[in-house]
Design a protein around this ligand. Structure first.
Ligand SMILES: *Cc1c(COP(=O)(O)O)cnc(C)c1O
Length: 423
């Protein structure tokens, strides 16, 4: 019996998060037993270069010795107190320093919790119910955010999963990403009914789609004018595209920010925060309820804090950005030489590539129209050659500080062979 079949006997679908099941690429998921630096080791002993990085957290590479030491030392003093500990203050201080729009933070245990809590806070603080999100952006799996709209910009929200009440979906308006006119029309119609706009400032859950010039600026302006809050969901982009996240890259100040992935350094931790006056609406200071038994867990705080501290090393983002660009430029050149249309993007240690001749890719429709069959063949070709990309055409990829010139060169050599077979 395969490891996957074994898992399926007792785990629903054999996985604890759906994209791991390889449904997007076919075949059975690979099981891993260990990881170090840029490499993963499978249960059957193969070594693979990793561009998933646990979907983003592992920006230092796997099993960074300092992070592991911080975790082990903290664990020896107890796994959880359910009461304040100083590590929570230290990581909050670090987050506020690195992301200046975050004047106060709250630690939670997953990105889903962070965005769900930020939305409740925005609704509670403004006393309004309606929210705007964008097609192709993912904000975790809470009910209000698992909504997609029909094609009309102001079509009422339709749940994208059974179990999400239609009544709730009516309060979520979904607009096309990067569509400034649709934003203007929505604000003209809904203006003072809007609690907030939530957006991935660089979309990373429909491959990688950066904002067009003026898009984030328009969101900022219209939210301020309407008294709605602007929420940047930086669960993926936070500490990934720049030390201060996408908001530092584009110079836009959101009212609230959600963080996850890197902020936990590979442990289950996430955060939301922002303007002190808005955060004052959260219990116990204010009436908006939010809580968590394991929120601010000391072991998770130790992993996150150690990771954030190491991001301050001189030249960290310069070399991460360059290494990522080397990878993406090399992939683009290899694809072009093989006559395979490929649109690429990168920012900091985040990248995307889409099998499409419709570059640049700036919205969900373009990503959805890409050649997913070609992606499937590319994915399996690279996996056979010892390189692990995300098992879906709709995911961004990640380079870590542990990826060196050798790993990039090995990846590009494999890609040349695989692209040649795809033409
Ligand atoms: C991963 C992700 C989430 C959800 O985080 P989880 O920890 O998986 O719940 C939310 N928003 C964005 C932008 C993400 O990339």
């Amino acid at each position: 019996m395969s490891l996957f079949d074994d898992a399926r006997r007792v785990i629903a679908g054999g996985v604890n998060s759906p994209v791991r099941a390889f449904a997007g690429v076919g075949g059975e998921p690979v099981f891993f037993r260990s990881a170090g630096g840029a490499w993963l080791e499978t249960e059957d002993g193969r070594r693979l270069i990793d561009y998933v990085g646990s979907w983003g957290p592992m920006i230092l590479g796997h099993a960074d010795p300092d992070v592991i030491e911080a975790v082990v030392a903290t664990a020896r003093r107890g796994l959880s107190f359910g009461a304040p500990c100083v590590l929570e203050t230290r990581i909050a201080e670090k987050i506020c320093a690195m992301v200046p729009s975050m004047e106060r933070v709250r630690m939670v245990s997953s990105g889903t919790e962070a965005t769900m809590s930020a939305i409740r806070l925005a609704r509670g603080h403004t006393g309004r119910d309606t929210i705007i999100k964008f097609e192709g952006c993912y904000h975790g799996h809470s009910d209000s955010l698992l909504i997609k709209a029909g094609s009309g910009a102001l079509t009422l929200g339709v749940p994208s999963s059974p179990g999400v009440p239609a009544g709730l979906a009516r309060d979520t308006v979904t607009l096309p990403f990067n569509d400034i006119d649709a934003v203007a029309a929505a604000f003209d119609e809904l203006g003072e009914r809007l609690a907030c706009v939530i957006v991935e400032p660089i979309a990373g859950n429909m491959n990688m789609v950066p904002p067009v010039p003026g898009f984030l600026e328009a969101l900022r302006e219209r939210c301020s004018a309407a008294g709605a809050l602007l929420i940047f969901d930086e669960v993926m982009t936070g500490f990934r595209v720049a030390q201060g996240g996408a908001q530092a890259l584009y110079g836009i100040t959101p009212d609230l920010t959600t963080l996850g992935k890197i902020v936990g350094g590979g442990m289950p931790a996430a955060a939301f925060g922002g303007r002190a006056d808005v955060m004052a609406s959260i219990a116990p200071d204010g009436p908006v309820y939010q809580a968590g038994t394991l929120s601010g867990n000391p072991v998770a705080m130790a992993a996150g804090l150690c990771t954030l501290e190491k991001l301050g090393a001189p030249g960290f983002y310069e070399s991460l950005t360059q290494r990522t660009r080397d990878l993406v430029d090399g992939l683009a050149a290899a694809a072009s030489d093989a006559g395979v249309p490929l649109a690429t993007e990168s920012a900091g240690g985040m990248f995307g590539f889409v099998f499409s001749d419709d570059a640049p890719v700036r919205d969900f429709a373009q990503v959805a129209a890409a050649d997913t069959e070609r992606f499937r063949r590319f994915f399996h070709g690279m996996l056979d050659a010892g390189v692990y990309f995300a098992p879906s055409a709709f995911e961004a990829g990640f380079v870590s500080a542990a990826h060196g010139e050798d790993e990039i060169a090995q990846t590009l050599a494999a890609a040349r062979t695989v692209f040649a077979g795809l033409a």
